[in-house]
Design a protein around this ligand. Structure first.
Ligand SMILES: CSC[C@H]1O[C@H](OP(=O)(O)O)[C@H](O)[C@@H]1O
Length: 380
């Protein structure tokens, strides 16, 4: 297939707006989020002054993506502590905001335990709040460092699996800086290939129904100057059949102890296509996404989202105009099946790239060792 890609006209420089940042204005500490529901049309920041606002942002995917959810959860505990809210209640509501991404509960637990340790040591609420904030910042930093390590390890794996070529990578959903303290997970590998001059094409699945690929991955690829082409999810099969895909790179929201991978819905069909067409299917995720307390894929709770996300499409929200409305694409009253994730069995995964390097196969002693390095996500 000839490359019909013409660089998409991008009139904006790489976004300078971070996905998430802590701020301490005179009126009190806040968590500032880049509202991902407004992208790519507008870069709008949401200022969260309390935990209900943050829980709402998590549920509407204004902030999203497993690693960033963990970071946001940790900062949410710090925000509750700094503003004198009930920290245990805050932790429970944050951890329950979305069920599948294990990182959310993990980040909340990290900050909550730091708060409790500091309170026990000092007996002082201000010191406890400072302890929670320090742990949130530590997790944020660790994720950024892990993202860089995954980018390098993932590129080395691609070079090993695909010797000599410029890589044509297909990716699904969004796994870049909008889900991470750094450049992301799977997207970080594609970005590393781009920076090394070895990314021939990034095929971007639009990722219905919320269009994380079209709205967010294309946004990130454009701002990084990458050669990318958007496609409908249903067009992926014909790309494989045409021999246009060298590897699939996806992220993860929860990896069970047997190596089963929960990721955005549409990932499992890509794994089957990749296996049929003998294309490497690579999962890129930090060990904070591995959950040793979940035995297998059948044990992972898959978030079921509102049917309206399938039966309606949010009209683009343009600056200054009325907030975009929902456009029905199905008859009123249509029932819709809308799982946010699906499960890929470990035998369909060529390799798992974490901050510790590439693991293949993703079963047996290898995943058990990674599980030993991971920590349970439940709140103690
Ligand atoms: C590597 S985390 C990104 C991960 O999260 C996405 O889900 P959502 O957009 O619903 O937060 C998707 O599963 C991505 O792979």
């Amino acid at each position: 297939m000839a490359d019909q890609h013409a660089p998409s006209p991008v009139d904006a420089p790489p976004s300078m707006v971070p996905a998430l940042r802590w701020d301490e204005p005179p009126e009190g500490p806040v968590l500032v989020l880049l509202d991902q529901t407004r992208l790519p049309v507008e870069e709008v920041e949401l200022v969260c002054t309390d935990v209900p606002a943050l829980v709402g942002a998590i549920r509407t995917l204004a902030v999203r993506g497993a690693p960033l959810l963990g970071i946001a959860g940790a900062y949410g505990v710090a925000l509750a502590a700094a503003r004198g809210f009930d920290v245990d209640d805050a932790a429970q509501s944050l951890a329950g905001a979305r069920p599948t991404a294990v990182n959310l509960g993990y980040g909340v637990r990290r900050a909550l335990e730091a708060y409790r340790r500091a309170l026990d040591a000092s007996g002082d609420l201000a010191s406890a709040a400072a302890g929670a904030l320090a742990e949130a910042r530590r997790l944020h930093r660790e994720d950024a460092e892990g993202s860089a390590a995954m980018g390098a390890a993932g590129l080395a794996l691609l070079d090993e699996l695909l010797p000599g070529g410029n890589h044509r990578i297909l990716t699904h959903c969004n796994t870049g800086a909008l889900v991470s303290g750094g450049d992301g997970t799977a997207f970080a590998v594609a970005l590393a290939a781009h920076r090394a001059g070895r990314l021939r094409r990034l095929w971007v699945d639009e990722t219905r129904p919320l269009l994380q690929g079209a709205r967010l991955t294309a946004y990130e690829a454009a701002r990084n100057g990458m050669a990318y082409t958007l496609l409908t999810d249903s067009a992926a099969g014909s790309l494989f059949a045409a021999g246009e895909v060298d590897a699939v790179l996806i992220g993860a929201d929860r990896i069970a102890a047997d190596g089963s991978v929960a990721n955005k819905v549409g990932s499992y069909p890509l794994a089957v296509l990749a296996r049929y067409h003998h294309v490497p299917f690579v999962v890129v995720a930090p060990t904070t996404t591995i959950d040793p307390d979940t035995a297998d894929g059948a044990s992972i709770e898959v978030e079921q989202r509102p049917g309206q996300e399938v039966t309606e499409v949010m009209a683009p929200q343009t600056a200054g105009a009325e907030v975009g409305g929902a456009l029905p694409v199905a008859p009123l009253g249509t029932q819709a099946y809308n799982p946010a994730f699906d499960i890929t069995p470990p035998e369909l995964v060529t390799a798992l790239v974490t901050e510790h390097g590439a693991l293949s196969p993703v079963t047996g002693s290898g995943i058990a060792d990674l599980c030993a390095r991971s920590r349970p996500a439940t709140i103690g």
